[in-house]
Ligand binder design. Structure first.
Ligand code: GDP
Ligand code: IMO
Ligand code: MG
Length: 427
């Protein structure tokens, strides 16, 4: 039975939350497999709007078992704040399971994320300041604190001591900050254990048994292809594996159980934070996209950088993720342009590139080569069948599909759960 992966095809905020929610009623488990509360997913259900960060978007569907996988980094205060917020709105969060192997964002890693960014100045990444990078760095350096460690005070103290031995030197000597007290950190982390304990599980085993029983599992990525630590626009990336490969390592589900890879693709491009962005617009068109698409970060409130659709990135996302279906979102936001440019290739110092340039230097120098498509003026938010869309919008979608290299199965025409055109079922 199927395991389906949902990934972001661009630089995040493509509408993964809405897509996950859309599939919620057809799946049994939704697993978040990477990232942490750096993510921000806005899900609109009827008159209610939910902003999710650390929790999988599937938590909004009753009956689904939401899982925080081993690949996630967990900020415990953010976790309980988010759970309390949903509980107070009548959402049943009692089925949530958290992997015992997930890493915990310790308070010192939040501090280090912020001071490092300040120290970098103009070379900063523009992180969300949630401690994501330092926590994944600890994981790879084998000095991380895992969820299971919280239940053994001796082990936890040893681990925090080991981490702070080095980090306090860095904080005091490089960043001129006060050293952090081991006991304070241990006490803060231990304060969550009673509430946490019933949620902690061997989630890899739970998922293996679920798949064996014929259950459907949806694996939901945070961030996106171009923010992936290996395949993204490094170093302007997040610190986790946001592409479909990360779904296996971040959940414990093996590659041969994955049946479908659904990539969410915005009908234009946005990016939050620093780093190269070939199709970025600094003019009225960019401002129009930001205003009309409400392109302000769900997590940090920062205005998102906006630009035209980039088919080089879409093709790259198809290749890296093995995309079987695209969900094209926010087509409605493009209503009202005379012409809609689409980047079909890059010009890099006089050389035409149809594929992602091999080096970061070339990507920084990439100048988009545009094809122009006729625009449309009709309000498309009530369209529910492909034929309802104006001819120009249909041609735009077909062109993106052809340029991107995988079928567009769903088209988003508004933020609401039902505001979409479904061409092919995803489950
Ligand atoms: P995520 O991080 O990928 O889940 O995306 P975000 O939630 O950060 O950003 C996507 C935003 O676009 C949210 O505010 C959604 O409600 C909204 N959205 C999703 N699909 C559509 C669509 O088809 N049309 C419009 N107008 N808004 C959409
Ligand atoms: P969703 O899941 C957009 C960006 C940050 C920064 C870089 C590194 O909502 O699509 P980090 O705090 O992760 O170390 O920051 O990654 N970033 C996102 N941009 N959407 C996101 O998540 C993001 N999560 C991180 O802005 O440039
Ligand atoms: Mg987002």
């Amino acid at each position: 039975m199927p395991a389906i992966v949902i990934v972001g095809a661009q630089w995040g905020d493509e509408g993964k939350g809405k897509a996950t929610d859309l599939l919620g009623s057809s799946v049994d488990f939704v697993v978040k497999y990477n990232g942490g509360n750096n993510a921000g997913h806005t899900v609109v259900i009827g008159d209610e709007t939910y902003a999710l960060h650390l929790l999988p978007s599937g938590i909004l569907t009753s009956g689904v078992v939401p899982i925080i996988g081993n690949g996630v980094v967990v900020d415990l205060s953010a976790l309980f704040e988010e759970l309390d917020g949903l509980d107070s709105r009548g959402i049943d969060t009692s089925r949530l399971l958290i992997s015992a192997n997930a890493h915990v964002i310790a308070p010192y890693n939040r501090v280090l994320d912020k001071v490092t960014e300040r120290f970098l100045g103009s070379r900063r990444i523009g992180t969300t300041g949630r401690g994501i990078g330092p926590t994944y760095a600890d994981k790879m350096s084998r000095i991380g604190v895992r969820v299971q460690d919280l239940f053994d005070q001796k082990i936890l103290t040893q681990k925090v001591e080991g981490a702070l031995d080095l980090k306090n030197q860095i904080l005091a000597k490089i960043y001129n900050r006060r050293a952090i007290d081991v006991d304070e950190v241990v006490a803060e982390l231990r304060s969550y254990t009673d509430r946490l304990q019933p949620m902690v599980a061997d989630t890899g085993l739970v998922l293996a048994e679920a798949l064996a029983r014929g259950r459907t599992v949806l694996l939901e990525a945070g961030q996106a292809t171009m923010l992936d630590v290996d395949h993204g626009s490094y170093p302007f990336v997040t610190s986790s594996s946001a592409t479909s490969g990360g779904a296996c390592t971040g959940s414990g589900i093996p590659p041969n159980r994955i049946d479908r890879v659904v990539a969410i693709l915005k009908a234009y491009t946005t990016r939050v934070g620093e780093g190269p962005f070939p199709t970025e617009l600094h003019d009225d068109a960019g401002e129009f996209l930001r205003k009309t698409g409400h392109e302000y970060g769900t997590t940090t409130g920062r205005p998102r950088r906006c630009g035209w659709f980039d088919a080089v990135i879409a093709r790259y996302a198809t290749r890296v993720n093995g995309v079987t279906d695209f969900v094209l979102t926010k087509l409605d936001v493009l209503t009202g342009f005379e012409q809609v440019p689409v980047c079909v290739a890059y010009d890099v110092d006089g050389v035409r590139h149809h594929e992602m340039p091999m080096t970061q230097t070339d990507f920084h120098h990439a100048v988009p080569v545009y094809d122009e498509f006729p625009g449309w003026w009709e309000d498309i938010t009530r369209c529910r069948r492909f034929d309802d869309l104006p001819q120009a919008a249909q041609s735009y979608v077909k062109a993106l599909e052809q340029l991107s290299g995988a079928p567009i199965s769903v088209i988003g025409v508004g933020p609401g759960r039902d505001e979409c055109v479904v061409l092919r079922d995803l489950v």
